[in-house]
Design a protein around this ligand. Structure first.
Ligand code: ADP
Ligand code: ASP
Ligand code: MG
Length: 443
């Protein structure tokens, strides 16, 4: 049993959707599960509409909703599927309009109502792909992922409840074993009270691997818009190379440090369940691809596979005389509010907490900590050199930092798995430094 996940750009146009349908035909001749993201840009646009509504600007929210609707209807029309999707889409547009109206009246968008609104994006695209497959004679049915994807109630950054997910997935396992071809939404889950949750931005990759685990899949394929995982973000390093084979540890470090191609939480289910993970390009199905597996491929000692970065990171510093407990409390508060932690260090020379506010709540905690006297420096970026080769030559890794000699580097940290060397650089140096590090360590 395979799970195929298609990202936003893989369902964003007629050409892309038809390529996706071809791939589904080839990869899932006797059934399987297809997980989709919203059409590229949809989640951002719904978020903009939510923000407008929460400011009481219902006119602006309405304009954004009308544009969203027009774009989706144009995509369906392009495929001759307008009539096929209409009965499924109308209630979705109506519910989104109703949610925005409510937010506009209250001048407030709660995390719970935000998730309910965001869910419309993934549901629209899943319905569209189901209709396309049906029109092509590929017998497919839509299944709402909220039937099985049980999570906690942290709206906007929900964590899966693995035991409840595995139990709820029983009927799906049976249906798929009997040869069903189902299309479902990525990104979404269902809280204990039945309300809709989301797994964090880019979370559809994690939906696919969690479903792979719960459904005992043999392989999960992530179909996106690049030839697999590359040696760096191609928007900063156009000559970045595809990586044909990676270890799970490398992929986990790369995504944890920001490579957007795989969501940071997507690798844990692969490690637990042991299925194969493939990243490939919907637009060039026969082009390069990356196979990610548990065993490390052969790497030269000191060899770096890829460079990753995450901008928008903050450093919280504590003077030597202060009680380190303050930093631990700050980290707990930040984590509870949905921030990512990149480092926590208490030394005789003072303490350092490196965090990224991922949610409006965690941004508010950062502002509060700054106001309460902790020294909070914004404007840093976490950079990581990643490669299994570092395990064999951890000391040599420091020599790779040559291009940074004259840079204000902070907090050099080697990860516990031994496959990453991470440090902080000022945000505004990224565009200069990432290509130089790539040239020095990889090219
Ligand atoms: P999808 O919509 O398919 O989920 P994303 O935009 O979330 O796609 O992720 C794919 C994008 O990730 C690529 O288009 C690329 O710009 C970016 N990216 C950043 N780092 C890497 C990397 N190391 N390898 C591949 N892509 C990367
Ligand atoms: N549509 C969601 C987002 O834009 C989830 C995803 O693309 O994985 O964050
Ligand atoms: Mg993505």
């Amino acid at each position: 049993m395979k799970v195929l996940k298609f990202g936003g750009t893989s369902v964003g146009s007629r050409e892309a959707l038809e390529l996706a349908a071809d791939i589904i035909g080839q990869e899932l001749p006797s059934g399987g599960l297809v997980v989709v993201s919203a059409l590229a840009g949809t989640t951002d646009q719904i978020l903009k509409a939510i923000q407008a509504a929460a400011r009481g600007e219902l006119g602006a929210a309405g304009t954004l909703l009308a544009a969203l609707k027009a774009r989706h209807l144009a995509a369906a029309r392009d495929l001759g599927l307008e009539e096929a999707v209409r009965p499924h889409w109308e209630p979705l547009f109506e519910s989104l309009a109703g949610l925005l109206q409510g937010m506009g009246l209250l001048w407030e968008a709660t995390p719970r109502s935000r998730d309910a609104a965001l869910a419309v994006g993934e549901t629209l695209s899943a319905r569209l792909l189901t209709a396309l497959l049906a029109a092509r004679g590929q017998e497919a049915a839509f299944r709402d992922v909220r039937e099985v994807m049980r999570t906690d109630d942290r709206h906007g950054r929900a964590r899966p409840d693995l035991a409840r997910l595995a139990a709820a997935a029983g009927p799906w396992r049976e249906g798929l074993a009997a040869g069903a071809l189902w299309v479902t939404q990525g990104f979404l889950g269902s809280a204990p009270d039945g309300s809709t949750t989301t797994l964090g931005r880019g979370g559809s990759d994690t939906s696919a691997t969690l479903l792979g685990e719960a459904l005992l899949a043999t392989e999960v394929q992530i179909w996106t818009d690049v030839d697999g995982v590359l040696s760096a973000d191609p928007s900063l390093v156009p000559q970045a190379r595809p990586i044909p084979v990676m270890s799970l540890r490398e992929a986990a470090a790369l995504s944890a440090f920001g490579a957007k191609v795989l969501h940071a939480d997507a690798l844990a289910p692969v490690a637990r369940a042991g299925f194969g993970l493939v990243v490939a390009n919907t637009h060039r199905p026969l082009g390069g691809r990356t196979v990610i597996r548990a065993e490390a491929p052969p790497r030269r000692p000191g060899e770096i596979t890829s460079v990753a970065y995450k901008e928008g990171v903050s450093c919280l510093r504590l003077p030597p005389a202060e009680d380190a407990e303050l930093l631990f409390q700050a980290s707990t508060r930040l984590l509870e509010a949905g921030a990512s932690l990149y480092g926590l260090l208490a030394t005789p020379d003072g303490g350092l907490l490196v965090a990224r506010g991922e949610t409006p709540d965690s941004e508010a905690v950062l502002a509060d900590l700054a106001a309460s006297g902790l020294w909070v420096e914004r404007g840093w970026a976490a950079v990581a050199l990643v490669g299994e080769g570092l395990r064999a030559a951890p000391g040599r890794a420091l020599s790779l930092l040559g291009p940074l000699t004259d840079e204000p580097v902070a907090a050099i940290l080697a990860g516990d798995t031994g496959v990453s060397l991470a440090f902080l650089v000022p945000d505004h140096r990224l565009a200069h430094l990432i290509p130089r590090l790539h040239a020095h360590c990889i090219e």
